[in-house]
Design a protein around this ligand. Structure first.
Ligand code: NAP
Length: 206
């Protein structure tokens, strides 16, 4: 699968590394691809770092791994998002452990409105970037919750979650992001309490 990862920071690079290992063709879309800071990532992964427009061209899946505030810029890169499978990893949080969007709306729904026609799935938000490299804790796969309105897109994302090494768990339609996104705040407060980022959510079942 050809995956355009928009943003090559902690989440973008972490997902890109995992998907390259799983055999996908990863292309990072960035604002300044000639910046020498991308050389180590390209050398390590073999992935291409290019412009946003070039990365989006022909991608089977597009991943939003930028700040939430950058999504309007990304949206302007394409005249038509119809039918595109998009994974929204953004968190609209802060200042501090608070939600910028919530209760009757979610960052995912805001982003879906910015990308009309896109088949947007919220995922990879309620974990630290570190877990992307090792999603198995004491022999148990961490859970990656996801939600979206398009069954085909959710099937694709489910497979990509498994490719990273998480247990995928479908929470329902995109409005479930109103419940999923606050879990990031639980993660942040737990990180403060533990003094660590090396932990992840999972579900214990009989
Ligand atoms: N870090 C985590 O543990 C974590 C966990 C879950 C979800 N998230 C969410 O994932 C997203 C990315 O987080 P991160 O930690 O990976 O951030 P990061 O390390 O700061 O990386 C952000 C990336 O977005 C790019 N970017 C910024 N503004 C842009 C714009 N206007 N157009 C295109 N690209 C732009 C940056 O490019 P430049 O290099 O050019 O600045 C950089 O590659 C955020 O929404 C965050 O809330 C983060």
């Amino acid at each position: 699968m050809r995956i355009a990862v928009v943003g090559s920071g902690r989440i973008g690079a972490g997902l890109g590394r995992a998907w390259v290992r799983a055999g996908h063709a990863v292309v990072f879309g960035v604002r300044h691809p000639d910046d020498p800071k991308y050389a180590p990532l390209m050398a390590e992964t073999g992935a291409v770092v290019t412009t946003l427009a070039a990365a989006l061209d022909g991608a089977d899946v597009t991943v939003l791994a930028t700040p939430f505030s950058a999504v309007p810029d990304v949206a302007r890169e394409l005249p038509d998002w119809s039918g595109r499978v998009v994974i929204d990893c953004t968190n609209a949080i802060g200042p501090g452990p608070s939600l910028a969007v919530g209760h009757t709306d979610s960052a995912a729904e805001v982003n879906a409105r910015l990308l009309p026609g896109a088949r947007l799935v919220k995922s990879f938000t309620a974990q630290g970037a570190e877990s992307l490299a090792h999603p198995v804790y004491a022999g148990v796969r961490a859970t990656n919750f996801y939600c979206g309105d398009d069954a085909h897109a959710k099937g694709v994302v489910r497979g990509l979650i498994e490719d990273v090494g998480f247990e995928p768990l479908d929470l329902g339609g995109l409005s479930a992001a109103r419940v999923l996104e606050p879990m990031t705040l639980v993660w942040l407060l737990a990180s403060r309490a533990l003094g660590s980022r090396e932990f992840a959510f999972t579900l214990l079942r009989q």
